[in-house]
Design a protein around this ligand. Structure first.
Ligand code: COA
Length: 335
């Protein structure tokens, strides 16, 4: 799918993210699972992850990240809320309308997007579509997940990986040539491989790790190439790739395939784990706050997830204001 080069384009004008306060280091998992800190670190790149307290909902995480993004954008004049999540608070209704209502956006369009770890890129595409068809001038896009609730308590292959968090961007109507404008979107899926990572109704997550690993590397490499090419760039032009954080070894393998070395790869999995749909906006917020992502950088966002699903897009990084106030909440903090 490509976005039109004439007419309005979707432009990033705000960014925010939050993490639950509670950090769970590998050592803490070793007390409950037959695993070691060394195994988790060397096989996944993860040292610790943030886990939400029992009373914290996906809606709470989404509202906190969205508040930061709205502050950063300097506007509350939002016409739609798109929430990417795998862990909605209810089977029905969707969580996005509750998020919108909590933010005082009653009456606006609001819906969830379910594409697991590719959810944020799919949500960006849906939001960009709302803008380019002039359905909405400004759209809040949130990725929020409590992935830690999906694995079985005794599953050593999945529990170390999955964690909680939320990130958000505000998109406004603008022009395709300005900084922050989202480039062409590439999205895909292959449901024939749904059993590689699945949570059956009423059950726990089942994962075929090594097979999923291979698909993740192949799909993220291919979709990154496609998005970069559609943007009219070469891989050598890309200053930063911001991949979904599933496993540091997956990111490294994608980097090897594309000849994108470590200092051009944004990575924050070490202290956050795999936060599902929150992963890319969290990485953007942390990299932007930490100075590894700077205005003018040519960036490719690339994701892969259960489904299987995959997606990528490009953006020349804009000069965004950080949110003025840190998030004051006992359960979570601004990243
Ligand atoms: N601690 C210690 N040993 C572990 C372990 C753990 N936490 N988890 C698995 N093992 C064991 C396995 O039981 C296996 O033992 P065996 O050789 O005796 O059978 C051995 O380690 C190797 O397991 P394997 O699954 O082949 O390891 P791996 O190198 O592929 O790493 C993953 C496992 C899950 C980290 C890796 O496959 C992965 O990251 N896959 C993709 C996951 C993913 O991307 N998920 C989300 C998609 S968005």
């Amino acid at each position: 799918m490509t976005s039109p080069q004439t007419g309005p384009a979707a432009v990033i004008c705000g960014l925010g993210a939050v993490l639950p306060h509670r950090a769970v280091p590998n050592e803490e998992l070793c007390a409950e699972l037959d695993t070691t800190d060394e195994w988790i670190r060397t096989r996944t790149g993860i040292r610790e992850r943030r886990i939400a307290d029992a009373g914290v909902s996906t809606e709470d995480l989404a509202v906190a990240a969205a508040t930061q993004a709205l502050e950063s954008s300097g506007t509350n004049d939002v016409h739609a809320v798109v929430l990417a999540t795998t862990t909605p608070d209810h089977l029905m209704p969707a969580t996005a309308p509750s998020v919108a209502a909590r933010l005082g956006l009653t009456g606006v369009a609001a819906f969830d997007v379910a594409a697991v770890c590719t959810g944020f890129v799919y949500a960006l595409a849906a939001a960009a579509g709302l803008i380019t068809t002039q359905t909405a001038r400004t759209v809040l896009v949130v990725g929020a997940d409590r992935m830690s609730q999906l694995p079985a308590a005794d599953d050593r292959t999945t529990r170390p990986l999955f964690a909680d968090g939320a990130g958000a961007v505000v998109l406004r109507s603008g022009t395709a040539t300005e900084p922050g404008a989202l480039g062409p979107m590439v999205l895909g899926s292959d449901g024939a491989h749904r059993d590689l990572l699945i949570v059956p109704h009423g059950g726990h997550m089942k994962m075929q790790g090594p097979n999923l690993f291979r698909h993740a590397v192949d799909r993220m490499s291919a979709v990154t190439r496609q998005a970069v090419q559609l943007a009219g760039w070469r891989l050598a032009d890309v200053d930063r790739i911001v991949p979904h954080q599933a496993n540091a070894r997956i990111t490294a393998a994608v980097g090897r395939h594309l000849t994108i070395d470590a200092d051009r790869r944004v990575q924050n999995i070490e202290y956050v784990g795999n936060t599902g749909a929150a992963s890319i906006p969290l990485a953007l917020a942390q990299a932007s706050a930490g100075g590894t992502l700077r205005p003018g950088h040519r960036v490719c966002l690339t994701a892969f997830g259960a489904g299987l699903t995959w997606g990528a897009t490009t953006v020349t990084w804009p000069d965004l204001k950080p949110a003025a106030h840190p998030h004051h909440d006992t359960a979570m903090e601004r990243t």
